[in-house]
Design a binder for this molecule. Structure first.
Ligand code: PNS
Length: 164
């Protein structure tokens, strides 16, 4: 009897402040080649986040109902987290040329830190390419309709944050 193959684990890291339909689309795409996807929520993000770590994790869990997708917070280096998680792939989305330089630098540094872990860039669904958490926050802050851009639980959380 042959041993069952090692499951392919992909880590999808980010701030997820908050998760958008674009992130959800990328998680689904990552599932097409990974047995398990770990959505890795960065504890320390560069700017003061709108949502706490606990809120960001809870919203992802509400937006993504797939037993093959786990949500974990991580502190410190992504490369260390990916190695500890047994991941072979780091997934990042590329929306536009403007994303490229930062993503390229990050991919090279992560490969330097964790040589066995490859970064894979995924292209989001065409109608979601313009979407980002920061745009969603801004539209919601000024009372715009974000219902097509985020899961209903996220829309509700934004409404509560901004009292609109
Ligand atoms: O959603 P974001 O803000 O673009 O995600 C960026 C994130 C969290 C993936 C990146 O800042 C990160 O990996 N932070 C962890 C610290 C780290 O490993 N930094 C070096 C990256 S080469």
């Amino acid at each position: 009897m042959s041993a069952s193959p090692t499951p392919r684990i992909a880590v999808y890291p980010g701030s997820f402040d908050p998760i958008t339909r674009g992130h959800e689309d990328l998680i689904r795409r990552a599932r097409s080649f990974a047995d398990r996807v770990i959505v890795a929520v960065a504890v320390n993000v560069s700017k003061q986040p709108l949502f706490t770590l606990e809120e960001r994790v809870a919203l992802i869990n509400q937006a993504v109902a797939d037993p093959s997708v786990q949500v974990q917070a991580f502190d410190g280096l992504l490369a260390d987290f990916a190695r500890r998680a047994g991941a072979t792939v780091i997934v990042r989305g590329l929306r536009a040329v403007s994303d490229f330089e930062y993503e390229f630098q990050m991919a090279l540094m992560n490969r330097n830190l964790a040589p066995g872990v490859e970064t894979v860039f995924l292209v989001p669904a065409y109608d979601l390419t313009y979407l980002s958490s920061s745009l969603v926050r801004e539209v919601a802050r000024f009372g715009g309709d974000v219902s097509a851009l985020v899961h209903p639980a996220v829309r509700q959380a934004l409404t509560q944050k901004f009292g609109r």
